[in-house]
Write a protein that binds this ligand. Structure first.
Ligand code: TRP
Length: 335
């Protein structure tokens, strides 16, 4: 038996809808890199999901390529993990349709991300936005994933995935593995610097978001401007959203505990603390940015990784899809 067959399967994805943020890095990518040896990992670029919000075609195309380069620069190793573009594997859309027929309107109506996105994009509340979680269920279930690294904002979608899979398994017979979330302690949720009660988002305009490709000066300036409080003490406490967020970032980057950070900055002001956070973040990003620039000059290499990744992923995806087609009763005239 091959090693791979005994490893648990991990699947996750990020929408290539803009430059990835420090939140994507600390909350997702860095953890994906850490689990590559332990699990059989599938990391996708969720480009089908990205068009639920209007995209400029040329920008989306560029962002897909750039995001692949960022995955690699962050340390996703194509020799260990399978990296692919969701849109290159038709089985994602195909399974999503079948699962649409097993997802209830009532369930979809309850999705908080749908409610939130429809209020932010009131002029474009489309069907894709509504069935978005079902496509995500298809992504996960196609690979019989055991574990799905997701941020807390995606837990409701994962719960729905489990419900749909369980419903399908009961209606027919065991078809899908029921996936679980894979959450990590540090950096799980990085908040906006300008409104630390909201998640750091790719689409925020203003200085609340640090992008993975921001220069050192920009990183330091954004962190200097981060919203804090008037208490003046660097300590982790309820209600100190801004400081808590900066402490989480600093802890994720340096590996220091909150207590260590508190004693490091005891008696010092927020200015010193912010500068230290800014430098630590900028230094970590600088390494990655160097790698990114190198990958960006090698289009053929990235294309090759994406093509090979899709070949491997689609083999597994097609297997699950044909099982599903057979169970629901589609007639296969080739058999
Ligand atoms: N919806 C996820 C997000 O915005 C991205 C995503 C798409 C995903 N398909 C997935 C994450 C499957 C995990 C598993 O963060």
């Amino acid at each position: 038996m091959e090693m791979n067959e005994t490893k648990k399967v991990v699947l996750s994805g990020i929408q290539p809808s803009g430059t990835l943020t420090l939140g994507n890095y600390l909350g997702a990518l860095r953890n994906w890199v850490k689990v590559q040896d332990e699990y059989d990992c599938y990391y996708m670029l969720a480009d089908l999901h990205a068009i639920t919000v209007r995209q400029v075609p040329a920008e989306l195309r560029q962002n897909c390529f750039k995001t692949a380069a960022i995955y690699l620069a962050a340390g996703i190793d194509p020799a260990k993990s399978t990296l692919f573009l969701q849109s290159t594997i038709p089985a994602h859309s195909q399974l999503a349709w079948v699962l649409d027929c097993y997802a209830m309107m009532g369930e979809l109506n309850r999705m908080t991300q749908f409610k939130d996105k429809s209020s932010r994009h009131a002029d474009n509340i489309n069907g894709g936005l509504y069935t978005y979680p079902v496509l995500m269920a298809a992504d996960i279930l196609l690979y019989q994933a055991d574990l799905v690294p997701v941020g807390s904002d995606q837990l409701q979608h994962l719960e729905l995935t489990r419900d749909i899979a369980t419903r399908f398994n009961h209606a027919y017979s065991e078809t899908f593995k029921i996936p679980k979330g894979l959450t990590t302690q540090t950096g799980a949720r990085i908040m906006s610097l300008s409104d630390p009660t909201k998640k750091m988002s790719k689409s925020e305009v203003g200085d609340g978001t640090i992008f993975m490709l921001d220069s050192k000066d920009v990183v330091i300036r954004k962190i200097r401007k981060a919203v804090t409080d008037s208490d003046g003490e660097v300590r982790y406490a309820e209600g100190k959203h801004g400081i808590n967020n900066l402490m989480s970032i600093y802890s994720a980057v340096t590996g220091k505990t909150f207590e260590e950070i508190e004693s490091e900055f005891a008696g010092k002001g927020y200015g010193d603390f912010k500068l230290a956070v800014g430098e630590a973040v900028a230094d970590e990003l600088a390494v990655l940015q160097g790698e990114y620039q190198r990958y960006m000059t090698d289009k053929a290499y990235i294309n090759d990784i994406l093509i090979k990744g899709a070949e491997k992923a689609s083999y597994i995806a097609r297997k699950t899809l044909s099982k599903v087609y057979r169970k629901v009763g589609f007639y296969d005239p080739t058999k």
